[in-house]
Every structure is written in structure tokens, then in C-alpha cells.
Write a protein that binds this ligand. Structure first.
Ligand SMILES: *Cc1c(COP(=O)(O)O)cnc(C)c1O
Length: 356
């Protein structure tokens, strides 16, 4: 099967050098960390990784979590104690919504990427209410990018904090693969930055980056950091290797962005229902769940794995194929997938009654 469903955007996950770094790390440090970070599970590679991630994102510090889901639960529960009011983009990732819920915070959702709606909500509470605005950097089911500068300006005007989850931007966007926030926005503008390591970096785990005060608070109060075994040190070794490759092999990022431009021009020529996404997440909006499932099955029969996404992962009537591109793809596989999609679109146009 050709995998057009995963998040291994740079083709790192199957790079033998990551596997070798992981194996070597396991031989040196053991297969598991044996304890939580604060007890005795914090190894040299974990520490080195935190320093590298802080440097990559231009933050004073970074704190490693075992998964992105836990990083979001940890950051939100630790930072939203008391009567913090949380504002979430409607299309935020489930882990952000769950984190605010677990924190017991008062939470409001604003319309997707709608700064006017957010401003309207912010204006309803006084500026001395502690407030946190939360957004995905790249939206995982749509592929579009949050207006980071607009959010940061608005937060500054209303004395609110801003938290960005850049799970799908890290490694892919930014001049150095530092993501949609990265070094272009200081930790004053974006005080809480989340990155995950299981997507473009091909490994596993996640981190929160910010200034001393944020990281100290998390170290003391983020229960998903404190009460869990540290990730195996070999995994941290694999991620360190991935960060090296991110720096020394920019051609991966260049090839990926070439694929994205090619995909969009060819899919447009075929009349496929593209969404406005400049990232490797290139959904085709089919609307009807049955149609999305049917196209997904037909592609699978032809050897292409794509995500068929429907309610409740996306709103009703917005079922889609979530197609993701990777630097690991060959141009031929992309052409073959486009041809298969063109045939499916043609068949639906000829026999539209089958769409019901
Ligand atoms: C995948 C994802 C996560 C969760 O990360 P894991 O490391 O897989 O737990 C968090 N936020 C967003 C936006 C994601 O897409």
C-alpha cells in the first residue's frame, strides 16, 4: 500500500539512521527509563533533547512529555488552575479540548480562525480575568494555518496568554523547520508552545517550550509530566538524530513543498474539491459520509491508504478524504493517486445518483 494517510511528512519514521540511533540508545541506556523524570528516569539524551528543542524553537526552555496528548493535558491543567477563562478555536485538536475540561476551566469556543469572533468573546470579560487563548498551529483535519501574528496581537491587546499546538507545523514550516511559531515569535508573544515528535520528526513524544516560569510551573504542577514513566531514552536518541537530519537535509522539506505545489496544481486541473491548505495535509471535501467511505474503499482496492474522515472528527456534512503528502513519496505514486481520484470524480459525475 502507498501510505497517504500518516503524518510522517519528512519520511523520517522509516529512515534507518533513526532506528539505528534508537537501538544504540537502548544498548547504552536500557530499553526503558525505569522511572519518571523527577525520580530517576531523566537520562542524558532526554536532557540534550530538551536543550535542542528549546534552541530550535527559540525559547529559553523546553520540557519533554511522553506524548502530545499528555503535553496538552499537562500544560492546560497546570496553567489553568484557579479561574482562568480559556478560548479555543472550534477546530482545535481533541487533546486541547480535553485538557481544558480536565483543568475544570471555563471554556468558550470561537469560530474557526475568526479573530473578530475571538475579540468579541474577549471583550465580554474584564482584562484582569486571567485568560488563555488556545489554537492549533496547523489544523489537523483541514491543513490550514492559524493567523499567529493576528492571535498574538489580539492577546497582547487584551492581556491574554496564547498557547499554540504546532504538532503539524514543526519540521514542515519555517525556514529551519521550526514550525509556524518557531523563532519568528518570541515567548512573550507566544508564551506556551507545544510541539510533537511523532509526526514530521518521525519519532515519538512531545514538548512544551516557554520561559523559565512556564516550565517551572509545569515541572511542579503538570501531573501528566510528574506521574508517568519517562519515555525510553532510545526514543530521545532517535529524535536527536531526526533533529540533526532536519538541519543537514533541508532537501526533505524542499521536496515535500514541491510535492504540495504539484499536488495542488494537478488536483485543481482535475477539478477535485481541494481545501485551502498550504501544508502536507490536503483534504478533499466530499461532504457526504457515504461518498467519503466509498472513495476511501475504492482507493484502498487500488493500493492507496488515505483517511476517510467523517463525523464526529469533522462537522456534519463535511466528510472528507484526508490525504497527506510526504517527502518519502515518489512522484509516480502521486501521479497514480491523482489518476485514481480523477476516475472516481468522473464516475460520480456520470452517475451522480450513486452518491446518495
Ligand atoms: C497528533 C496531535 C496531538 C497528539 O500528539 P501525540 O504525540 O500523537 O499524542 C496533539 N495535538 C495535535 C494538533 C495533533 O495533531
Amino acid at each position: 500500500m502507498h501510505d497517504f494517510a500518516g503524518n510522517d511528512y519528512l519520511g523520517m519514521a522509516r529512515d534507518p539512521r533513526l532506528a539505528e540511533a534508537q537501538a544504540e540508545g537502548a544498548r547504552r541506556h536500557g530499553a526503558g527509563a525505569g522511572a519518571s523524570h523527577l525520580v530517576s528516569g531523566h537520562f542524558g539524551p532526554h536532557h540534550a533533547l530538551e536543550e535542542r528543542l528549546a534552541a530550535l524553537t527559540g525559547r529559553p526552555r523546553a520540557l519533554l512529555f511522553s506524548t502530545g496528548y499528555m503535553a496538552n493535558l499537562g500544560a492546560l491543567t497546570a496553567l489553568c488552575a484557579g479561574n482562568v477563562q480559556v478560548y479555543q478555536d472550534r477546530l482545535n485538536h481533541a487533546s486541547l479540548l480535553d485538557g481544558a475540561k480536565l483543568a475544570g476551566a471555563r471554556a468558550r469556543r470561537f469560530h474557526h480562525r475568526d479573530l473578530d469572533d475571538l475579540e468579541r468573546l474577549l471583550s465580554r470579560t474584564s482584562d484582569d480575568t486571567p485568560r488563555l487563548v488556545v489554537s492549533d498551529g496547523v489544523f489537523s483535519m483541514d491543513g490550514d494555518i492559524a493567523d499567529i501574528a493576528g492571535l498574538a496581537d489580539l492577546c497582547q491587546r487584551h492581556a491574554a496568554w496564547l498557547m499554540i499546538d504546532d504538532a503539524h507545523g514543526l519540521g514542515v514550516l519555517g525556514e529551519h523547520g521550526d514550525g509556524c511559531v518557531g523563532r519568528r515569535f518570541s515567548s512573550e508573544r507566544v508564551p506556551v508552545l507545544i510541539g510533537t515528535l511523532g509526526k514530521a520528526l518521525g519519532s515519538s513524544g512531545a514538548f512544551v517550550a516557554g520561559d523559565e516560569q512556564v516550565i517551572d510551573t509545569l515541572t511542579q504542577f503538570a501531573r501528566p509530566y510528574i506521574y508517568t514513566t519517562a519515555q525510553p531514552p532510545g526514543i530521545a536518541c532517535a529524535t536527536l538524530r531526526a533533529l540533526e537530519l532536519l538541519e543537514t537535509e533541508p532537501e526533505r522539506r524542499i521536496r515535500l513543498h514541491g510535492h504540495i505545489a504539484y499536488w495542488r496544481s494537478q488536483a485543481t486541473a482535475l477539478g477535485l474539491p481541494l481545501m485551502p491548505s498550504p501544508t502536507p495535509i490536503q483534504p478533499l471535501l466530499l461532504g457526504d459520509s457515504e461518498r467519503a467511505m466509498r472513495w476511501g474503499r475504492a482507493l484502498r482496492e487500488r493500493g492507496f491508504l488515505v483517511g476517510a474522515i467523517r463525523e464526529p472528527s469533522v462537522p456534519h456534512g463535511q466528510a472528507r478524504l484526508r490525504i497527506t503528502l510526504s517527502a518519502a513519496h515518489e512522484r509516480q505514486a502521486i501521479d497514480d493517486l491523482l489518476a485514481a481520484l480523477g476516475e472516481l470524480a468522473m464516475a460520480d459525475a456520470v452517475a451522480p445518483e450513486r452518491q446518495s
